[in-house]
Ligand binder design. Sequence first.
Ligand code: UDP
Length: 232
Amino acid sequence: MYKRILLKLSGEVLSGEDKKGFDEKALEYLAEEIKSVVKHGINLGMVIGAGNLFRGRELEGVTNSIGDHIGMLGTVINALYLKDYFEKKGIKTVVVSQIVNLPSVRTIHYDDIELYFNAGYVVIFAGGTSNPFFTTDTAAALRAVEMKADVLIKATKVDGIYDKDPKKYQDAKKYDKITYDEAINLGLKIMDTEAFSICKRYKMPIIVLNFFERNSLLNSILDSKIGTFVKP
Ligand code: UDP
């Protein structure tokens, strides 16, 4: 069983697939999945994307760097929305970030992160890497290493990594285990190359799983045989 995990969720987890904004059913599902993990006393850090609100590259006519700043602020909006929702469902949650100065957001400080975990809080890392031209996958890799996670769990809509897109090819083969280099070379856009590289450099294992299969998150933490395991 893993004791400390970093969970990377894309913004779409809050809105439902190909939708924008927030969806009550999606939030409820997410809160239930998180609650089941917290009940086991697992230290849970989360990085949330902003695909349900803004992605820099999708903002037509907006300068790249500014678009990305808007995207990063979107992750803060999501984090605060989630914090409020989680707290109402009885999940103690703290939002940390380096990009905003708000009374509801705490500055990232390593010593404090330990205190939050020891006190049973879920820690949401908002604001991506704090830099434009990156994505929240890379932020997840950085935060996983920083918080000394046992594993980075990348929540997706597919139940693991395949040799080709399983939505397009019926004969696609799923990997139970794969190396970082193999995952990068497949070029399937499961995660950014930057994120894989950071995990490879610091030997941070990754589990790619289907978040929408009930209990897959908890089962992967308890048993680790769910999805695809990316390792050195
Ligand atoms: N972003 C950024 N730097 C980061 C992380 C995110 O500039 O370190 C911006 C970027 O514009 C990105 C948006 O925030 O498109 C939302 O992040 P992402 O695309 O990773 O969200 P997801 O697809 O996971 O919902």
